[in-house]
Each structure stands twice: as structure tokens, then as C-alpha cells.
Ligand binder design. Structure first.
Ligand code: DGL
Length: 271
């Protein structure tokens, strides 16, 4: 009988952004096999309704469960903020989202208690970050800002240059005026803009990228469940729901090293 701890970890996002979380996980737990699913046919999620995002997230999770993953990482803030409770109600597999790890990291870093959160329109509208922060730190001042143009820019590999600077200035100037000391990058695509964001916000602002804290939360969950794989060297297998060629061209940028080619899959009944 194969040991469940030898099963892979499943990770999904609407596109390439979740590879920033996959990279942190691979670094922290090199023995684990990872199956990554990018729902590139339907990216972006962040401008869609909650009902639609929940349906997409459920289809992604079911696809991964069919591949016998032992735990699922919802490496998408939009899906974590809007669909995680529904997924937890329906599925029995352990599920880890990215919102709580991001909030914990921000609270550890914040000195002034003035915390900004940037994310997709659905993430910001859901209030998930704002309410979790307020619950854990009632005295904190929390400011949310939706940045809908950043995901399309990232999915095109446009991470720097005058267009990016202009877009970021438009989104971030109000947060800078509010003197936020800590800024949560509440979208797994945003860590790629760290340099450009620092240029607008200034070096003194701490940027919170939930990739590492999410990887730590996964390690804790696996340890708790007795599912940590400690031997061998894990690999990563990628799937994309459309144009894997585009995924393959940019995946190294998000993961930090070259990845094998992604296979194309269709979600829903055929998953
Ligand atoms: N990278 C995702 C997130 O963290 C999704 C972005 C999108 O599809 O709009 O929110």
C-alpha cells in the first residue's frame, strides 16, 4: 500500500501567480512532489463574481483530488478570500489558503499598525483581509486598494518599465499618502512587482508576500497530520487549462527556475 505521505501536494491558481507559492514550498519542503494547476483559460478570477470564483475553485480542487493529492494549497488570494469556506464544507482534504498566513506575517512586521492591502477587486471587496486583520489586531488601521490591471500585466510578463510605473502610481499614491508602513501583497502575482512597488512606496515600507508564511503553514499542517515526506527529492508537474505554451514561456519567471512543460487539461466533467 503506498504511503499517503508520498502523495503529492496540489496547488492551484487562476494562472501563473501561484508559482510564487510553489517556489517557496519547493524550497522549504524539497522532498515533496507538487502538482500545480494554472486555470489559464479563465484568468483573471479577480474581476468575476463570487459564485463564479467558487465554481472555478471547486473544479480546480476536484481536478487535484483526482490526482490523489494529500493537501491542497489555494495559492490564489481571490479564491482563498471568497471560496475557501465553501471548499472546506464540500471537500474533506486538508486545505490551506493564503490570506491567514499573509495577515500573520503583516502583524509580525508592522510597527505603526498602519497596514495597506492590495489585491484583485474581488479580494478587496470580500473584506477577508480587512476582517482577519481587525479580528487579530483591533487597533490596526487597515486600508484596502483593488489593483485590477496588475494581474494582466504579470500574466504578460510585464513586470517593469514606464507602463508598470504609471499603473502602480495610480494605485498606490493614496496608500502612500495614508502613510502605511506595511503593505500586504494580497495577490500571488504581485511579488513579481516588488521592485517597482518599492520605487513608488519607498524603501521604508515593508512588503508582505505570503508565499513563505503559506509554505510554513503547509509544513505545520503536514506535520500535524503525519503526512510530511522527509526522504527523496520532489518534483513539480504543471497543468494549464489553456495555451500551455504561454505558461511554459513565463513559468520560470514566477518559479525562479526553469520548469518542465505544462500539460493542457480541461476542467469540469472531463477533469
Ligand atoms: N493570483 C490570484 C490572486 O492571488 C488571482 C488573480 C486573478 O486571477 O485575478 O488573487
Amino acid at each position: 500500500m503506498p504511503n499517503i505521505s508520498d502523495h503529492p501536494i496540489g496547488i492551484f491558481d487562476s494562472g501563473l501567480g501561484g508559482l510564487t507559492v510553489a517556489a517557496a514550498l519547493h524550497k522549504r519542503l524539497p522532498g515533496e512532489d507538487i502538482i500545480y494547476l494554472g486555470d489559464t483559460a479563465r484568468v483573471p478570477y479577480g474581476t468575476k463574481s463570487i459564485q463564479t470564483i467558487r465554481r472555478y475553485a471547486l473544479e480546480c480542487a476536484l481536478f487535484l483530488l483526482k490526482r490523489e493529492v494529500k493537501l491542497i494549497v489555494v495559492a490564489c488570494n481571490t479564491a482563498s478570500a471568497t471560496a475557501l469556506p465553501t471548499l472546506r464544507e464540500i471537500l474533506r482534504a486538508p486545505l490551506i489558503g493564503v490570506v491567514e498566513p499573509g495577515v500573520n506575517a503583516a502583524l509580525q512586521l508592522s510597527k505603526s499598525g498602519r497596514i495597506g492591502v492590495i489585491g484583485t477587486p474581488s479580494t478587496i471587496r470580500s473584506g477577508a483581509y480587512q476582517s482577519t486583520l481587525k479580528e487579530l489586531a483591533p487597533a490596526a488601521d487597515v486600508y484596502g486598494k483593488a489593483c485590477p490591471l496588475l494581474v494582466p500585466l504579470a500574466e504578460e510578463g510585464r513586470l517593469d518599465g514606464p507602463v508598470v510605473d504609471l499603473v502602480l502610481k495610480g494605485y498606490l499614491t493614496s496608500l502612500k499618502r495614508l502613510r502605511v508602513g506595511t503593505l500586504i501583497l494580497g495577490c500571488t502575482h504581485y511579488p513579481l512587482f516588488k521592485r517597482a512597488i518599492k520605487r513608488v512606496m519607498g524603501d521604508e515600507v515593508s512588503l508582505v508576500d505570503s508565499a513563505e508564511t503559506t509554505a510554513a503553514a503547509v509544513e505545520d499542517a503536514l506535520l500535524r497530520e503525519g503526512l510530511l515526506r522527509t526522504h527523496g527529492r520532489g518534483g513539480i508537474k504543471c497543468y494549464a487549462t489553456d495555451i500551455p505554451r504561454h505558461f511554459n514561456r513565463l513559468s520560470g519567471l514566477f518559479f525562479g527556475e526553469r520548469l518542465g512543460r505544462a500539460a493542457r487539461v480541461t476542467l469540469g466533467d472531463a477533469a
